[in-house]
Write a protein that binds this ligand. Structure first.
Ligand code: TZP
Ligand code: MG
Length: 440
C-alpha cells in the first residue's frame, strides 16, 4: 500500500485546462504517478461510470490502481481497485461490507480525533486533509499544517497520504514528516506539462521519503497502548470513580519510581553532546518534574496518602530497565527507555481529557498534569530529538531502541495493573514481550 501512496493523483476535470481526463491521466501516469483517484463532484451516475471505465482501461496495463471518490456503487460497477471516502460519506464498515476484504479503502481524516478513531478501523490508508488551505477545495476543515501533519503521521496506525496544497514547493518538507505520500490535484491537473510535473514531484517524494523511528515504534506498541486505554484504572480514574485505595497504591509506587526517574533524566541529559538538545531536554525534564512533584504533594496531602511503602516487583523491574538502558551509554537507547513515561502519559492524559468528567473528579489534578498543551509540546520536542538521533544510527541500535521502548511501555501497563490489582496478581508477564507487539 505504502508504495502506491507515493504520488497519488486526484483528478479534477474543471482544473485540467480543457484537456480530456484521459490525456491528463495518461500523461501523469507516464510521469510516475502511483495511484489515481477519480473525483467527480458534478457528473451523473452514468457519466461517472463511463469515465471510470475509460480510465480503468487506460491505466490497467500500467498496474497503477484506480480509486473512486465517494461512490461505492461506481467502484463496484466498474470493478475499480477501491474507494476513497470522507467522514460524511458511506460509513467505513458498510463500504467494507459491500466491497469485500480485498479492495482498497482510504478514509479522509480532518483532525487528530478522527485519525485516532480511524486507528481502530482496518482502512488501508488515511488521507490527512487538508495539510494546507487550497483553492481547489474550500469547504475543508482547519489545515493541519506541517507540525500537525507530523503529529498525525506519528500516531497513525495506517499508511498516510497528505492532501491539500501539495506541490513542488511543499512536497519535500511534507515527505520529511514521515508520511507515505502526497495526494495532488492542481499541481498535476493544471500543469502545462502533467508528465513533467509528475516526474519532478515523484523525484521530490522519493528523495525525501523517510520512516521515522517514533512512527515505527508507535505502531509496534499500539497493542500495549490500546490495552492501557482499556485498563479499569484509567477508565475509573477518568470517571472519578476509582477507589482511593487503588489511587494511593499508585501514587506511593510512583513516588518511588520518580525518585529514580528524575535522577536518570539528569544522567541522560549529561550524555548529550549537543548543548542545544541538552538544554532543551533539561528544561523540559525539569519543568515536567516540578509539575509532577507539586501535583503529587497536593494529592498526597489532600488524601493523606501513605508513601512509606516497599517498591513493588513492577516498580523495581521498571527502574532496573531504565537503569540498564542508560548504562548502555547510547543516547538513542537511553532516550527510548525513558520515553514511554512521557509519551504514553501524554497520550493517555490527552485521551482522558477528552472523555473525563473533571467536575468533582478527585483525580482532576492528575489528569490536567499530563494532558496539557505545554507537556504535549515538550514531548513532541523530545520525539523530534529521538527521531533525529535514530536517523543517524545503525539498524542494530534502532532495534535495541525498539526493544527498550516496548519493554518500558509494557512496564507502564503493568504499573497501572499493579495499582489496581495489588499483590494478589503475578506480574511476571513483564519479563517477555511475547503477544504484546504488533508485526507490521
Ligand atoms: N481534499 C482535501 S484538500 C483537496 C481535497 C480533494 C484538494 C487538494 O487540491 P490541491 O490542488 O492539490 O491543493
Ligand atoms: Mg467525500
Amino acid at each position: 500500500m505504502k508504495n502506491a501512496l507515493k504520488l497519488y493523483l486526484v483528478t479534477d476535470r474543471s482544473l485540467s485546462l480543457g484537456r480530456s481526463l484521459e490525456e491528463v491521466v495518461s500523461a501523469a501516469v507516464a510521469g510516475g504517478v502511483t495511484m489515481v483517484q477519480l473525483r467527480e463532484k458534478e457528473a451523473s451516475t452514468g457519466e461517472f461510470i463511463d469515465l471510470a471505465f475509460r480510465i480503468k482501461r487506460l491505466i490497467e496495463p500500467t498496474g497503477v490502481p484506480l480509486i473512486i471518490n465517494d461512490r461505492v456503487d461506481v467502484a463496484l460497477a466498474v470493478d475499480a481497485d477501491g474507494v476513497h471516502i470522507g467522514q460524511s460519506d458511506m460509513p467505513y464498515a458498510l463500504a467494507r461490507k459491500l466491497l469485500g476484504p480485498d479492495k482498497i479503502i482510504g478514509l479522509s481524516v480532518e483532525n487528530l480525533d478522527e485519525l485516532l478513531a480511524a486507528n481502530a478501523l482496518d482502512v488501508d490508508y488515511v488521507g490527512i486533509s487538508p495539510v494546507y488551505g487550497t483553492p481547489t477545495k474550500t469547504d475543508t476543515a482547519t489545515p493541519f499544517g506541517l507540525e500537525g501533519l507530523r503529529e498525525a503521521v506519528r500516531l497513525s496506525a495506517h499508511p498516510t497520504v497528505a492532501i491539500g496544497g501539495m506541490n513542488q514547493a511543499t512536497a519535500a518538507a511534507v515527505m520529511q514528516t514521515g508520511c507515505d505520500g502526497v495526494a495532488v490535484v492542481s499541481a498535476i491537473c493544471s500543469a502545462a506539462d502533467p508528465t513533467f510535473a509528475a516526474e519532478s514531484l515523484r523525484e521530490l517524494v522519493d528523495a525525501n521519503a523517510r520512516t521515522l523511528w517514533s512512527q515505527q515504534v508507535w505502531r509496534l506498541s499500539s497493542r500495549i497502548y490500546e490495552a492501557i486505554l482499556g485498563q479499569k484504572f484509567i477508565q475509573e480514574l477518568s470517571e472519578g470513580s476509582l477507589s482511593m485505595d487503588v489511587f494511593a497504591r499508585y501514587i506511593a509506587q510512583d513516588e518511588l519510581y520518580l525518585k529514580n526517574y528524575y535522577h536518570q533524566m539528569q544522567q541522560l541529559a549529561q550524555m548529550m553532546e549537543d548543548p542545544e538538545s541538552r538544554s532543551l531536554f533539561l528544561a523540559f525534564a525539569q519543568s515536567g518534574m516540578e509539575g509532577e512533584k507539586l501535583m503529587h504533594e497536593l494529592l498526597i496531602n489532600r488524601y493523606h496518602i501513605n508513601t512509606q511503602v516497599q517498591a513493588s516487583f513492577v516498580t523495581d523491574f521498571y527502574n532496573e530497565l531504565i537503569l540498564n538502558g542508560i548504562k548502555t551509554g547510547v543516547n538513542g537507547i537511553a532516550l527510548a527507555v525513558v520515553l514511554p513515561c512521557m509519551w504514553i502519559y501524554n497520550r493517555v492524559g490527552l485521551h482522558i481529557l477528552k472523555t473525563a468528567t473533571l467536575e468533582n473528579n478527585p483525580y482532576a489534578d492528575w489528569i490536567l498534569e499530563y494532558g496539557n498543551e505545554e507537556f504535549t509540546q515538550g514531548v513532541n520536542q523530545v520525539l523530534e530529538m529521538v527521531d533525529h538521533w535514530a536517523a543517524g544510527t545503525d539498524a542494530k541500535t534502532r532495534e535495541l531502541m525498539n526493544d527498550y521502548y516496548l519493554k518500558a511501555a509494557l512496564c507502564e501497563y503493568a504499573f497501572w495493573d499493579y495499582a489496581y490489582e495489588g499483590e494478589s496478581k503475578s506480574y511476571e508477564y513483564i519479563k517477555s514481550l511475547e503477544g504484546w507487539v504488533n508485526q507490521e
